[in-house]
Ligand binder design. Structure first.
Ligand code: ACO
Length: 428
């Protein structure tokens, strides 16, 4: 019978070690017992950017990057995108099971009850410059919420955690809408508790003079996009939330770290970068030339490639369907033609095929958001609204995991050895 162990011979010493294998992993800390001669501190695993390191055990999201599979709590993303509301998906991620009708009702009502933000939040948002980036405003405002809710420090109290979870889910759309109105110089619109989660958010962003005609197709499209973004296991922003949360800071501060990570162009900022790229390309005739430039190392094809998916991102497939529904309502966008041509050429090109680079979730989402009326620099805010339940679920899972401690990676020091301080006058 094969054993679930790994035997390692250290050729420096000739010693042999047998390490247990569990769930396809060895424990990096088991390597510490492997020591060379002298006062060696033990072997470490060197893994910059965590390419092959599992940082936790998680029961939330399953991804098979080769097969293009994504499931939340075991449910295929395709079925959730088809059937579930965003709040239902959030409940699933947070609680582990789909809600009963009664549970869903309570969850929706709890969130509805907390949609207002303190008027001082509005005041400090007004202090931002007119051209402030919406993500900078969002991460600042969410971090500041911790000062409004000092009880959020009580992270060991399950009822308290539920309350912060509700506050975050309820208030993020309100803050996001304020940020949108700020950029447009429009007066803020208060939450309307007669509307559902998506309807209220859309109303807070687009209402003018007390009026807004909701478009159910566009609202459902937005809801599907939020469902598709709701969690993606240990991505950069989620790892930031877990890492910062591991210091036992309050969840508003931890989520604000997640928003900061999402802001970056290699993560949530990619759909913004896709639109800029499409603008730069200008028309379909320029697509082959642009592809050649990318292959020559001049920039990247934004919205292509993924650290985990080495086949078509299943979310990108679903988003393409959403794009059809949206463009039927809003009319065709010339940038869509450029995107389709880019995708067509890239999927046939040896450079992209051999590196297994396929469209990711961001390739089409920006086009959809733009058609809905959201400005380019606002796209990542919508991503943050979607990712929020995932961040909270992962944060709570981390807190409940007895194996987790404060995140503190090791390093391989490659700097100078010890040397004496040189007085200022003696430095050349
Ligand atoms: N365009 C052109 N070449 C690319 C691209 C791209 N979009 N992505 C990767 N490559 C190439 C790299 O140059 C590299 O080629 P080489 O082996 O000849 O050096 C090879 O493919 C592997 O690339 P890595 O950077 O090692 O892949 P990694 O897994 O680290 O990067 C990432 C993943 C950051 C997503 C990358 O594909 C990228 O920059 N894509 C564009 C930005 C983007 O769309 N980000 C959104 C990610 S999805 C999300 O956050 C929701």
């Amino acid at each position: 019978m094969a054993e679930d162990t790994l035997t390692i011979t250290d050729n420096r010493t000739g010693h042999e070690y047998t390490l247990p294998i569990a769930d396809g992993t060895i424990r990096a800390s088991d390597l510490q017992q492997i020591r060379g001669e002298g006062d060696d501190a033990g072997l470490m695993a060197y893994d910059p950017a965590y390419l092959n390191t599992a940082s936790c055990r998680s029961a939330i999201t399953y991804i098979d990057g080769d097969a293009g599979i994504l499931r939340y709590r075991g449910y295929p993303i395709e079925q959730l995108a088809e059937e579930a509301t965003f709040l239902e998906t959030a409940f699933l991620l947070l609680e582990g099971e789909l809600p009963t009708a009664e549970q869903l009702h309570r969850w929706e009502e709890d969130v509805r009850y907390h949609t207002y933000v303190h008027t001082n939040v509005q005041k400090f948002l007004e202090g931002f410059r007119y051209d402030a980036h919406p993500m900078g405003m969002l991460l600042g405002a969410v971090g500041a919420l911790s000062t409004f809710y000092p009880d959020a420090k009580e992270i060991g109290d399950p009822d308290g955690r539920y309350l912060q979870r509700v506050r975050l889910m309820a208030k993020l759309p309100t803050i996001a809408a304020y940020v949108f109105r700020h950029a447009h110089g429009l007066p803020y619109v208060l939450p309307r508790n007669d509307l559902d989660y998506i309807g209220n958010f859309v109303n807070m962003t687009f209402e003018i003079g007390g009026r807004h005609e909701p478009n159910p197709v566009l609202q459902r499209a937005l809801e599907i996009l939020l469902v598709l973004h709701a969690d993606h296991e240990q991505n950069c922003s989620t790892s930031a939330v877990r890492g910062v949360g591991s210091s036992h800071v309050d969840p508003f501060s931890a989520v604000s770290a997640g928003i900061a990570a999402l802001y970056g162009p290699l993560h949530g900022g990619a759909n913004e970068a896709v639109l800029r790229m499409l603008d730069q390309i200008g028309s379909t005739e320029n697509v082959p030339g642009f592809i050649e430039e990318v292959k020559g190392g001049k920039g990247r094809l934004m919205g292509f490639g993924h650290r985990v998916y080495k086949s078509y991102d299943p979310r990108a497939k679903l988003i393409k369907r959403v794009a059809d529904d949206v463009f039927e309502q809003t009319g065709l966008n010339p940038k869509l033609e450029i995107a389709l041509e880019l995708e067509r050429i890239a999927l046939e090109d040896e450079y992209f095929v051999s590196r297994r680079l396929y469209p990711n979730v961001d390739f089409y989402s920006g086009l959809i958001y733009q058609a809905m009326g959201y400005p380019t620099d606002y796209f990542t805010v919508l991503f943050a609204l979607g990712r929020l339940p995932g961040w909270i679920a992962q944060w709570e899972e981390m807190l409940g995991d007895p194996e987790q401690k404060i995140s503190r990676p090791r390093q391989v020091y490659i700097g100078e050895p010890e040397r004496p301080y040189v007085p200022r006058a003696e430095r050349s």
